[in-house]
Design a protein around this ligand. Structure first.
Ligand code: BMA
Length: 796
């Protein structure tokens, strides 16, 4: 094996630029690191760097070879590229979504070899393909300043998105190597059939170059089974009694077993989690449900949507991604949705999800545009789906394969498809059918969902507004400007997208803007907002709920408080509808660059206030306040398999922090259930009071939250003189917070990256709260800034 990763030499076709290029990596990072271009993420540099995607680029290197009978293997090659060895063309590639494996033996020679990759301009390639289409195939012009991304099998968001920088980068983000041409296992399909206390695991190994009769050894969980290759395939079944089951995080452990499949001279391994999974969509009185059952248990999915970890491939490392996924788990999430406008992630991504118990809803990579339906495109899609499913489907984390993101809705978004729906509907059906057929042919046991959102197979209703069946994308609050209360007007079966934007945290803003830009309408701040009207929506919503912030930094803080409030309103209500609703996936977990967006994590992995609030509102045992016609109900949600008894106390608190008890009670909460603990009459609170409630279970699980029936701007908040004292403790700092009056959404910010144990908290006089801060760099000098709703919105 010859590993060709390492430093290559990069030039543009015109010969104007030359730089070292580390592979795996992307060309734009290489140019930036060589000092040839500015940092695209800073200021408005993005707009001066568009020319990069308009040129062809050439990466070359030399290597020594002894054997010349070899295959060239390239993973995640981005995207249209011609690869030549010693001047002989060996590969013409045009998909980032398939591993390329070609015979290089005719081009290799003993001794020194030269390999050259010519990356074609994605703009030129995509435009040429669009022109060759038999009828126009429109793309999202509003979000994608670089045209025709729908023509290439490359992440759609590379061409721009309503949260992404538009750079259309090029590079290689996986391995590049030469392999000897031996008999090998090309891919493995693993099917698990769970019965009474046992599982039968059938492994189908597709081989290459193995002659009929070649012996194959399958080893799993201390058992070995032999089989022989027939017509390129070897199959074995291993029976395991009393399997050590794999569970999503929060439901049990994540034991993983090594599966080894060996041919003479070659072996391959996978890590398998033993688990049964079903998607239950049975019709009921409302429509039809959408519930995942894992090992026979219904599991409410709590999570967020995943977009690529960075706009530039070089920055996507296992360490950075593990940190983001761990943050999801730390906020009590158990599912992410790998969204269809991004990319299929590398193997290590799904290994991390397996280890963490994070289920993956996997879209195929199609989003929001219309797509070609010619034979060549569909043949490429067929090959892509087969390859990706064969690569990934054995992972315990993989819950479902979904045809696309929002392609059904997209049929109504374009003039062309509105004017000629028949043509575009048939084209869509051909694409969707190709995907489904390829999935089922590769793994008949895989769970298929046609599109997101969708009311279900062969149903084509408006899953943005109709909440009766299937999965829903609920965007009326953000995109239609409805009140947060409107989240309570719908009862989704599974809400796979809903979001509200905020500004990135100040430490992130300081990385791309100068203090002179610290104004929400400055060109730099506006250029880091890609959703038309997004900043206006944030500001306008603030007017609805809060008194206006006193300065830019408090605007940033308040934007995060209001984002948290919006999403908490939705999640707590929808969780309380369990089992009618069986999942909520927030749009979106992460960011690809520093930008105003719907994310709960900042670019770089810092926690926005929403993420802290999500940790609380996604807790397995939670109590939330849900206002209704009869008053304010306190609803308990239990996602655990244990029955418990909750003691609950409700108090009225005025702005000075004075409290009076309204009611107390205890109630049994069954496993996997949501129940109303008590309902307070609508007039229980005076106009100047909010509701404070606490809960406690016999095992010590407890929590506290507040609910303000009126918008916060209606309350005359008091100056609370919030103070902190910080002492060094363990790996960081203990910070104790105190207030003289009720202080809401008290947030601590540090002047360097790190993680707080909590944030956005409610402080009451005489009840100090201690948080812990773990800085990324230990022992760095530390300054903390405190904010709360009063200090952010009053000048005195
Ligand atoms: C959704 C997504 C994305 C988009 C988001 C915010 O519907 O699928 O296309 O970024 O809305 O507008």
């Amino acid at each position: 094996m010859i590993d060709l990763a390492g430093f290559w030499h990069l030039t543009d076709a015109a010969g104007d630029y030359a730089a070292p290029m580390p592979l795996p990596g992307d060309g734009i990072s290489a140019l930036r690191d060589a000092g040839l271009i500015t940092d695209p993420y800073v200021g408005q540099n993005e707009y001066d760097l568009r020319w990069i995607c308009e040129r062809d680029w050439l990466a070359t290197r030399t290597f020594e070879a002894e054997e010349t009978d070899a295959e060239l293997v390239i993973e995640m090659l981005d995207t249209v590229a011609e690869v030549a060895i010693n001047g002989v063309s060996v590969l013409h590639a045009d998909s980032m979504f398939r591993t390329h494996r070609v015979d290089a033996s005719g081009a290799l020679r003993q001794g020194e070899n030269t390999i050259a990759i010519r990356f074609a301009s994605p703009v030129a390639e995509a435009t040429a393909r669009a022109q060759a289409q038999p009828f126009p195939v429109p793309f999202q012009r509003d979000n994608c300043p670089i045209p025709h991304g729908n023509m290439l099998r490359k992440p759609e968001c590379d061409f721009g998105w309503d949260w992404n920088i538009a750079l259309a980068p090029f590079g290689i983000y996986g391995a590049i190597r030469l392999e000897p041409k031996l008999a090998r296992v090309a891919d493995l399909i693993v099917e698990q059939v769970h019965g009474d206390g046992a599982v039968s695991v059938t492994v189908t190994a597709r081989t290459e170059r193995a002659t009929d009769g070649t012996p194959v050894t399958f080893a799993l969980a201390d058992q070995e089974v032999q089989a022989k290759v027939q017509n390129g395939v070897a199959v074995a079944t291993i029976e395991i009694d009393a399997p050590d089951l794999w569970w999503p995080v929060g439901q049990g452990a994540q034991p993983l077993h090594t599966l080894t499949v060996a041919l003479p001279g070659h072996s391959t391994t996978r890590r398998i989690g033993l688990r049964d999974i079903a998607l239950i969509t049975a019709p009921d009185d409302t429509g039809s449900g959408f519930a995942f059952h894992i090992n026979g248990r219904p599991v409410f999915m709590k999570g967020a949507n995943w977009i690529p970890a960075d706009a530039l491939g070089s920055a996507i490392t296992p360490e950075a991604v593990r940190d983001l996924l761990q943050s999801a788990v730390d906020a009590n999430m158990n599912m992410i949705r790998v969204w269809g406008g991004g990319r299929y992630e590398p193997n290590w991504f799904y290994d991390i999800c397996d280890e963490l118990g994070l289920m993956v809803w996997h879209d195929f990579m199609f989003a929001c545009h219309l797509y070609p339906s010619d034979d060549a495109f569909l043949a490429e899609v067929d090959a892509e789906v087969r390859a990706q499913v064969a690569r990934l489907d054995h992972h315990a984390c993989i819950a479902l394969w979904c045809g696309d993101n929002e392609l059904l809705g997209a049929l109504t978004w374009y003039e062309e498809s509105r004017a000629n729906r028949d043509t575009y509907l048939v084209a869509y059906d051909r694409l969707n059918r190709t995907i489904e057929t390829a999935l089922r042919a590769t793994d008949p046991a895989a769970i298929w969902w046609p599109s997101s959102p969708s009311p279900g197979p062969m149903r084509f209703g408006d899953a943005w507004h109709d909440d009766r069946s299937g999965d829903m994308h609920f965007w009326s609050v953000w995109h239609e400007g409805r009140d947060f209360d409107h989240y309570r007007d719908v009862s989704p079966r599974f809400c796979s997208e809903f979001g509200f934007q905020s500004y990135p945290s100040m430490d992130v803003i300081r990385r791309f803007a100068d203090p002179g830009d610290f104004n929400i309408a400055s060109p730099v701040m506006e250029s880091h907002q890609k959703n038309a009207g997004g900043n206006a929506r944030i500001a306008e919503t603030m007017f609805r709920y809060f008194r206006f912030p006193v300065d830019f930094e408090n605007f940033v803080y308040l934007s995060q408080v209001q984002q948290g409030l919006a999403i908490k309103t939705a999640v707590t209500h929808w969780r309380s509808l369990k089992p009618h609703c069986m999942g909520t996936l927030i749009w979106q977990l992460n960011d690809t660059w520093p930008v105003c967006s719907w994310s709960s994590l900042d670019h770089g992995g810092g926690w926005k206030l929403l993420h802290h609030m999500a940790r609380a509102f996604y807790a397995p045992m939670h109590v939330s306040a849900v206002p209704g016609p009869d008053g304010i109900a306190l609803r308990a949600i239990n996602d655990t398999a244990q029955r418990t008894t909750l003691a609950v106390e409700a108090e009225a608190v005025d702005m000075s922090g004075a409290r009076r008890t309204l009611t107390t009670g205890t109630k049994v909460v069954s496993p996997d259930a949501a129940v109303t603990l008590l309902t307070l009459p609508a007039d229980a609170l005076r106009d100047d009071e909010i509701l404070l409630f606490t809960w406690e279970a016999p095992d010590g699980t407890h929590g506290q939250d507040h609910f303000a029936p009126r918008p916060y701007k209606a309350y005359d908040l008091q100056p609370a003189a919030v103070q902190h004292s910080a002492t060094q403790a363990g790996d960081g700092w203990d910070i104790t917070l105190r207030a003289d009056a009720l202080a809401l959404y008290v947030a601590v910010e540090a002047d360097q990256p790190g993680r707080f144990s909590g944030n956005a908290i409610t402080l009451l006089p005489g009840q100090p709260v201690t948080l812990h801060f773990t800085p990324d760099t230990p022992d760095a000098p530390q300054r903390f800034v405190l904010r709360d709703l009063h200090s952010a919105t009053y000048n005195t």
